[in-house]
Design a protein around this ligand. Structure first.
Ligand SMILES: CC(C)(COP(=O)(O)OP(=O)(O)OC[C@H]1O[C@@H](n2cnc3c(N)ncnc32)[C@H](O)[C@@H]1OP(=O)(O)O)[C@@H](O)C(=O)NCCC(=O)NCCS
Length: 188
């Protein structure tokens, strides 16, 4: 069971926008759920076709509609978003990438729009989530990585523990069960 961690308090950061490296990130709120679903679909449609079949892309992109877990994860989890520049008459900056811990020791969602990929956004979000998990007493993080995200996780010190074959929306997928032990940075 992993549900007994204390939720990170507002004092643990990210109540306001903060920088993580060069990337500005903030907490994901209830009002962001629709935008997060857009980012998810955009990320899958723009980046998965290079490594996944059309059937896999369609099944993956459709998961928020076909399974209730997506909304549950957004609602119950602890999320961070990376915003872009506001444009036109919209005062609110668009969400370009987001990541969610659910429960607190598992990176459940990590997605970035195609137009904003390879700018360090997912890496910054991961570092932010790691810092928050540490403050909550989490000793190791886990995730189920895609072929796209595995190299990114590995660069951040994650290791593949196992390879999982599963069916999502009736389509076969292979994903990588990865883990990273968390250690507090040395004082000073
Ligand atoms: C994985 C993902 C979140 C990375 O977002 P990002 O903000 O571009 O990541 P960063 O800029 O911090 O890191 C860049 C690294 O991510 C990976 N990456 C990013 N975009 C990629 C793409 N279009 N194709 C393949 N790998 C990609 C590469 O490893 C890249 O490093 P490289 O440029 O040296 O090859 C994003 O590619 C995505 O949304 N992918 C589709 C959904 C997915 O696989 N989510 C992970 C589920 S666990």
């Amino acid at each position: 069971m992993y549900t007994s961690f204390p939720l990170p308090s507002p004092a643990s950061g990210f109540t306001e926008a903060e920088t993580c490296g060069p990337v500005l990130i903030r907490r994901l709120t209830d009002e962001d759920h629709g935008a997060a679903a857009d980012v998810y679909r955009d990320a899958v449609h723009s980046q998965a076709p290079a490594l996944y079949s059309p059937q896999q892309v369609a099944a993956w992109a459709g998961l928020p509609l076909s399974r209730p877990e997506f909304r549950f994860t957004l609602a119950q989890g602890f999320g961070l978003v990376s915003e872009g520049e506001p444009s036109g008459s919209t005062a609110r900056p668009p969400i370009e990438a987001f990541a969610v811990l659910e429960p607190l020791d598992r990176v459940a969602l990590l997605y970035c729009r195609g137009r904003s990929c390879r700018q360090g956004r997912a890496s910054a979000l991961l570092q932010g989530l790691e810092a928050l998990a540490l403050t909550a007493g989490v000793e190791a993080l886990r995730t189920e990585a895609s072929f796209i995200s595995r190299p990114l996780f590995e660069r951040q010190g994650w290791q593949v523990m196992a390879i999982e074959e599963l069916a999502l929306a009736g389509v076969s997928f292979r994903r990588f069960l990865m883990q990273k032990p968390l250690t507090a940075p040395p004082p000073g």
